[in-house]
Design a protein around this ligand. Structure first.
Ligand code: SDX
Length: 392
């Protein structure tokens, strides 16, 4: 379960590899980061401590926490020249496109990776963790046409994010600690997930010795896909559709999901690895209820989601295929209750996933067996004698 078996280096970076970062038991719905259960971490830790755990392999001491927190604060602003990039994007630019472009641009402002970074000081890690959060909030402000709000010293990671997102020169916005705590837990749920599509991309790009910012920018693009991190946005659109077009009746969507002639899939359901309830979905559902109760919100989409889940879990098609809610099924409902727009949901996923991508990239780069990823294909095209002579 935890030991590193010997493996053919040829398989590293091309599909499956050994790792000490994250353990998943898909049959039993178990997820552990560096040996710690996801439920425990979400309940007891701060996101920045889990980020430290993923990158360094151990939870930080008090002193390490203080240093890490200070570095995150010191590196939370983006270069003034980077701010002007925002003005070149159209109003309706999807924040994931902005995020990927801005992250790869970080390598032009901070070329330390060309000389090989000094992870002891954690500057590169904190730069990415902190600036990505700032870029996300700035892209939201750009999207709504409001002036940006700079990061503020003394605020914790998620408190700073909420302040940059929702404060403005004319509002008396106060960060709600319950909401900041809920967001902290959601980021922990997303922090890593073994060799998923985007982590594979980060490893693959990194295996060519591309720098960390370029590798993570590629991972952000993979995560944007609706079958991957983009699903949380599509879950809300699916629930909205049920409410507005089906008058809240979930049966039609359930039938469409089972109809092989229909390309529609139940968003937020199913998983390549989990053939049991995704442990993150269970925590996300609890967080959703806690936030809605705390805010005194009644969201009809939550009732529809619970009803849709119940109907699917009782349905033969879903049971035969071990299809359960995954991490994306309930998270969007919480983001929505907090006031985060749907086109920012996958950005929230990316902010959470940064430490996992860094840990995976670092592990690959430190592995003496690591080689450039170079999967092969089985050629099934025309043979040379099936081609006619070229007449030019
Ligand atoms: C994430 O890999 C990770 O770890 C990803 C992730 C992470 O943290 O990085 O967990 C994050 O990406 C979660 C997944 C978010 N995506 C969605 O919710 C989109 C909807 N889900 C499906 O598209 C699908 O379940 C996938 C993409 C997640 C998995 O696709 P697979 O591996 O092709 O699914 P499968 O092989 O398990 O499918 C088995 C059967 C098939 O039917 P049959 O050919 O056997 O008849 O189940 C069907 C599939 O068609 N099926 C679904 C379905 N998911 C699978 N049918 C209807 N609705 C669905 N959602």
């Amino acid at each position: 379960e935890t030991g590193l078996i010997t493996y053919d280096p040829g398989f590293v970076n091309t599909g499956s590899c050994c790792s000490r970062v994250t353990f998943i038991n898909g049959e039993e719905g178990i997820l552990r980061y560096r040996g710690y259960d996801i439920e425990d971490l979400a309940e007891k830790c701060e996101f920045i401590d889990v980020a430290y755990l993923l990158v360094h392999g151990a939870l930080p001491t008090e002193d390490e926490h203080r240093k890490f927190s200070r570095l995150l604060n010191e590196h939370s602003m983006i270069h003034e020249d980077m701010r002007h990039h925002f003005s070149f994007y159209p109003e309706r630019a999807h924040p994931m496109a902005v995020l990927s472009a801005m992250v790869v641009s970080l390598s032009t402002f901070y070329p330390e990776l060309e000389e090989g970074w000094d992870e002891e000081t954690d500057i590169t890690v904190c730069r990415l963790l902190s600036k990505l959060r700032t870029i996300a909030a700035f892209s939201y402000k750009k999207f709504i046409g409001e002036p940006i709000v700079q990061p503020k010293a003394g605020l914790k990671y998620t408190e700073n994010f909420l302040n940059m997102m929702f404060n403005s020169p004319v509002s008396e916005f106060e960060v709600d600690p319950i909401i900041a705590r809920a967001l902290n837990k959601l980021l922990i749920l997303h922090a890593d997930h073994e060799q998923n599509c985007s982590a594979s991309v980060v490893r693959m790009v990194g295996s060519a010795e591309a720098n960390l910012y370029a590798s993570i920018s590629a991972g952000i693009c993979a995560l944007w896909g609706p079958l991957h991190g983009g699903a949380n946005q599509h879950v809300i659109e699916m629930l909205e559709y049920i409410r507005s077009e089906e008058n809240g009746d979930v049966s039609k969507v359930l039938e469409r999901a089972k109809d092989k002639s229909d390309p529609f899939r139940m968003m937020g359901f199913g998983h390549r690895v989990y053939k049991a309830y995704d442990p993150r979905a269970r925590v996300a559902k609890r967080i959703c209820r806690e936030v809605l109760n705390h805010l005194g919100h009644e969201d009809p989409l939550l009732d529809i989601a619970v009803e849709l889940e119940q109907a699917a879990l009782e349905d033969e098609y879903f049971k035969e295929r071990n299809l359960y809610p995954n991490v994306d099924f309930y998270t969007g409902l919480t983001y929505r209750a907090i006031g985060i727009p749907t086109n920012m949901f996958t950005v929230m996923f990316a902010i959470g996933r940064i430490p996992g991508w860094i840990a995976q990239w670092q592990e690959m780069r430190e592995d003496p067996h690591s080689r450039i990823g170079r999967p092969r294909q089985v050629y099934i095209g025309p043979t040379s004698d099936e081609t006619s002579p070229i007449q030019m």
